[in-house]
Structures are given as structure tokens and as C-alpha cells.
Design a protein around this ligand. Sequence first.
Ligand code: NAI
Ligand code: MG
Length: 492
Amino acid sequence: MATTLERSPADAFIASGAKKLLIGGQWVPAQSGKTFETINPANGEVIGHAAAGDAADVDAAVAAARKAFENPAWSGMNPHGRSRLLLKIAAAIEANAEELAQIESRDNGSPLSIARMMIAGVGETFVYYAGWATKIYGETNPSPGGILNYTLREPVGVCGQIVPWNGPLSSAAWKIAPALACGNTVILKPAEQTPLSSIRLGELMIEAGVPAGVINIVTGFGETAGAAIAAHSGIDKVGFTGSTEVGKKILIASAGNLKRVTLELGGKSPNIVFPDADLDAAAVSTAQGFWFLSGQICVAASRILVHRSVHDAFAAKLADQAKVINVGDPETATTMMGPLVSREQFDRVTSYFGVAQADGARLVTGGKALDRPGYYVEPTIFADARNDMRIAREEIFGPVTLLIPFDDEEEALAIANDTSFGLAAAVWTKDLGRAHRVARALKAGTVWINTYLYTDLISPFGGYKQSGIGRELGRSSIDAYTEIKSVYAKLD
Ligand code: NAI
Ligand code: MG
């Protein structure tokens, strides 16, 4: 039975009228006066409107962010002050976590249970980078007697941050928290599918005391607001999470003023299952890896390479896992998997069902949409697939995986690395030597051994090849959000 959430703070926020842009500490409509709809993918109903920001609004946000960057209220803030401010933001997120989780779930269809987990991670990201604000060190370099040479780490400046809809606030936090820890100012553009939670975060950040213009939020479409950010000569760095296709456009647009660019893009992450692996554990983890958030995660376990001797047995175990996934309304407590985020994503994912079978993959389970309102599809597994099939090469971003048989380690590695992506990978084996040998040979930014999806903010995250440029999280974000200055002083 669905939980009733009538008149919750989330309902009140969602019902509070068209949402505005946050520019220079003020909530303002788009200069064009335009707004766009946001829908609940669980039923396809319009739940609100947000300002459709465009180039003129991005100009205003850049001016506000630049002014704030140069304002001593921010540029002169003691690192301890920045640390405290980030902790206040974290406290505000924690105090309003249930509301944020409900807004997120309503806007992008993630099960409330998962949204709660992700919002906890959002708060944690601010806590983690609060720690960094006071630990951003330069170096004193070895120099000859008459010279003192040291380095300073300085903020990059105004950061444009463009995020997707699958984990809207998680992506936003990964970008905002380190940017602020290093003393930058930010213009955030949430995805057009999920503007709401970022706006609520903006309100909480202003309440927490973030100076005007340090955080600006421009909701709007990619081709307009997003493209204006990527091209803007007043922006020093752009951080993007989304499709590889748009990542390439952003890189090109950024060339105009040679912005610093970090890109976190798609994947087609292989799990290699050797015959000596704990097949039950591998089935549980890889299943979770492909249906979590309806498969709308960049590290989805979307290619499972299985030794031929256990291929059929593993397919059966994975199918058993898929059958117990509770697909349904995001707000029902027992729901494990909700709908896809949008009609567009639904059409995209379901189009692959026919493609896979036409290419000769064998459907093991799923392969259909659910017969109900909203954008629901069944967890879907194809077996006896080949790596040259479209479903093995393209990111589907739905709860769809495929099994490819292999005969030996060398072949498994060749298949695993034969992809334009390089975000994540996993190896399943009890052979210690093989586990680490394979981990080393895999061309991926994250490799899991006998587990999947476990991550920690402490460790860098990002991709090889067309899965991205640069790394986020851990110390890597401090590198991404600082410039290094070498200073030489003559001492006599
Ligand atoms: P997208 O890459 O178009 O959207 C992500 C963000 O980029 C949104 O904020 C969007 O407004 C913005 N954007 C779009 N076009 C832009 C442009 N020309 N300039 C600047 N910003 C722009 O992703 P979309 O269309 O929502 O999803 C398509 C596919 O992309 C998915 O099926 C999936 O394969 C992949 N994707 C990967 C994600 C990841 O986490 N790596 C997240 C979202 C999508
Ligand atoms: Mg797009």
C-alpha cells in the first residue's frame, strides 16, 4: 500500500508555485518570463514549473558569481570559516533530509528508500569537504640558497556546474562542496527533468549563510542554459556529469576561453565472472548493479562476461535475482525499483528490447514495459550475447543487462576492454593473483573485486577513455578546483 505523504514539507514546497532562479542571493524569474514543466515519472503528471533560464540569465549569474568571488566577504573568508559554513550546509541538509528525499523521489522516480540513502550521502559530501577547507596545502620546494620557492593553491574562480537527473543532488554536492571548500563560486544548472531538489538546496544554502552570489542556480534546458554556461567567457571551470555526446559538446564550447573541464560521462561497465567465483554472491551484486535506480547509473553493470562453463547456470541465478525485484510506486516502502525518469528515457530503453533480439541475443527475463501509468519497465536480462551487438556497445541507462560468454582470461580481458567507455569494471574470482592481475589490466576508473557499487567519497571517481576527463571526489576534487601558483623569492 502506498504511504500517504499529504501536506508534508515536500508537498508544501512542490505546491508553492513556479520555482525561480537563484542569482546573486535573490530569487528571480527568467528574464524571458518562460517556465517549463516538471513531471512525476511514477504517473506522468505535472507536479510543478521552474524558470526556463537562458543565456541572459547565465550572464547575470556569471556577473553575480564574479562579484562574489572578488568580494572580501568570500575571498577573504578564513578557511576555518569556509569549513564551518560547509558544516552548516550539511546540518541543514540533515535537518531537512526527509523533505529533500521526498522532493527527489517525486521529481525523478527513485524509490524513497534509495532517495533517503542518497540524501544522506549529499550531507556527508559537505561534511567531508568541510574537512578539506583547512587542509589545502602548497609545498615548499627544494631550492638553492638564495631562493625561496613555494607553491600556493588558489581557487580557480567561477565554476559552471551542469548535472543530470539520475542523482540530482548527489551530482550537485560532488561539485558544489569541493568548489566552495577551495573558495570558488558556483553556477549550478540542474537537469530539466529534475529542477526541484536543487532549488530547495539553494534555499537551505542561503539560510545557512552562504554569501550572495557564491551559489547561483539557473534551471533550464541543456541546449540553452547549459550551452550558455559551457561557452561563457566569464566562467573559469566547467564540471559536467551526463552523456558522452554532450560531454564532447561541452569540451568544444569550453575551448573558447580554455576553461578547466572535468567530465563524468557514461559507461558500459564489464563484470567478469570466472568459474571459481562465488556465483551466488556475484549474481546478487551484479543484479543490484544493473537494476539500482532502474539502471540509470553511470556505473551500471550493463555487460556481464561469464565463463562459458558457468554461463547458463549464472544466467539462471541472475534471473532468480531479477524476479524478486519489487518494481512499483517509489513511495511504497517495499519498492526496490521505480520508473525511468521520463517518457524520452522510457522510449529509449524500450527501443533496445527489439534491437537486442534482432541482433540475436537470447531474452532470459523481462523485455517489456509494465502495463500501468508511469515509465516502468521490467528488469531485463539477455544471454548468449556478443560484444559487437548494439546492446553491448551503447549505454542503455535502463534496467537491462547482457551476458557474454568467454573461454579464458585473455579473451575476457580483450572483450572487457573492447569498448569506447572506461568508467568501472569488476572481477569475480577466488584466485588472488588473477583478481589483482585482471584489476590491473582493466581500463577503467574504478575496479571492484568480488563486490560491486561500493564507493567512498575519499576515493577518486571518474573514467578512462570516453567515460570522462579528470577525477572527482577525494583529493582529486581539490586538484580540480584549485590552480597552483609557483612563487620564487630572491632572498638577498
Ligand atoms: P544529457 O547529457 O543531455 O543531460 C545531462 C545534463 O546536460 C543536463 O543538465 C542537460 O540539461 C545538460 N545538457 C544537455 N545538452 C547540453 C548542451 N548542449 N550543453 C550543455 N549542457 C547540456 O543526458 P540526457 O539527454 O538526459 O540522457 C541521455 C543519455 O545520457 C542517457 O540515456 C544516458 O545514457 C546518458 N546519461 C549519463 C549520465 C551519467 O551519470 N553519466 C547521466 C545522465 C545521462
Ligand atoms: Mg540530452
